[in-house]
Design a protein around this ligand. Sequence first.
Ligand code: GRF
Length: 211
Amino acid sequence: MSGGYVLPRSATPENPLRLAVMISGGGSGLASLLNYQLAERRCHHTVLVLADSADAGGLEHGRSNGIRTIGIPLPNKAVKSNQRLAHERLVHEELLSSDVELVVLSGYMRILTPWFVGLWKGRLVNIHPSLLPDFPGAHAHRDVLAAGTDVTGCTVHLVDEGVDSGPILAQSQVEVKADDVESTLQERVKKVEQTLYPKTIDLLCSGEISL
Ligand code: GRF
């Protein structure tokens, strides 16, 4: 497959794909994905919830659903690059020990190293709150408002070695209103994300997406 992407196997509701969801914050996206998976049998289910701290609020969504749920804070290392790699090694070990087949980033606020991306390329998916390639990075809503554009949205994409730059799988548009501030725009975009992400994960898991 081009670019080193290895997509997940084609799964079925009888033999669903094993997902890990990685979060940093409140996990509203995680909660909506779990609800979606519980509503009826899907071709994917969540077997592991990981956060990059022990006190991320969203960990509770995993625990309350009986899912293996772990907060992995950054280990103490003098050099920052060593710290990131050491952290990702711990994450990778947990993914392997839960036999994870697809890693879903949902509000995970760390940039992953090429080492980690290389291990999961094609089976590592992210949602970003803008219409990529416009407004990548951690402050998409702020940047959209500063640019004065009247349409924004969200993008589901495979993760590559860059920042919010991998192959785009799906997008939805959202209107920017004249009186929007970051928080109102974020809430409106999140609502659309919560439909787009599970639907796109369906397509990826059932083998309906090819590169
Ligand atoms: C979403 O807007 C996602 O695009 C962004 O983080 C938000 C989800 O955070 N990267 P959470 O699920 O509410 O923690």
